[in-house]
Design a binder for this molecule. Sequence first.
Ligand code: ATP
Length: 360
Amino acid sequence: MAFKHDNVEDLYEIGIVLGSGHFGQVRQVTERATGAQWAGKFIKTRKNTCSRLGVERSAVEREVELLQALQHPNIMALKDVFESRAEMVLIVELISGGELFDFIAAKDSVSESEAIAFLKQILEGVGFMHNKQVAHFDLKPENIMLSDKDAEHPNIKLIDFGLAHQFKPGEEYKSMGGTPQYIPPEVINYSPLSTATDMWSIGVITYILLSGMSPFQDDTDEGTLKNIIAMKFEFPEHIFNMTSDLAKDFIQKLLVKDPSERMTAEECLIHQWIKPLTRKQIANRNRSSINIKNFKKFNAKRKWKMSYNMVWMCNRFMRLQLLCRQSSAAVADLRDCESDSEDTETKPASLMRRRLSSSS
Ligand code: ATP
């Protein structure tokens, strides 16, 4: 896909803010020629290597390359890319149904069968990318959205491929990226990663979906990471009393320390909890339900933390900006850094380094 150098505003009318990430905002945009609605992901890019603010241009190019290769009904589609000196804008499919977890938290009861219908779509999207040797590496509730929550069967859309990676044959790839609650032992140990890393995250997401409890979470990130390394998780009876045994078996086959022993997305799709073989299994699934009371509590806390993190990022940005001003007064070489901050004065949260605050 050729990157356009036009001014994005000549071709699209920029609308409301839909969400914010570490480096920019996502806004609703209207294509002037057709009136069609899209989402525009505005990403601040670094001006030079000394610049501390913004994303490396090459990282955005990688995200674009991956999205182009991943055309699937359960993966956010990419339409166009614009680039200018300080910013790149990805025009992507508008996903208007919000986050899956918010959709579920608004319900009074959800059976395992209903939860499975969503999980199946997540597995189909993830299976598709894994077949192309792409791992997402940041699967978490914030990145699982719905195209239209009013549809009879809402469609899952996976977003945010900023940490994704396509493996080359025989390549060894390590990374410390991700969000503590959802990362597997191999990320913490800085061991080679694979598509199995995503499968652990799906195990954590399923555990939370059914119970409203996060399997390894502690009061501090350090404690959470320790619990992951120690593989310290269980299914407390008072929380999981509405959960089927097959659901627990499914999770247990994903929260496995050795990545090569974890179920793959394809194996998950034929696990008997997802694809029941007998009438009894189907009946069990329909009878079992998610712990909606606990799930609502978990989701409310998660949303509160997300807004807290955003405020924290803004404050940190203000301090960074001050620091930049002081140093640029003293050191002429840092003038570029100051101009970074001038460009983005109105969007403070957009400038923080990715993952700086990735907390559980
Ligand atoms: P982070 O720094 O947290 O990784 P990011 O800068 O990569 O984030 P995204 O996670 O892609 O940005 O998007 C930020 C938020 O914008 C999302 O959490 C979501 O609420 C919203 N969003 C992203 N893509 C879309 C879309 N296509 N349609 C509607 N809303 C979207």
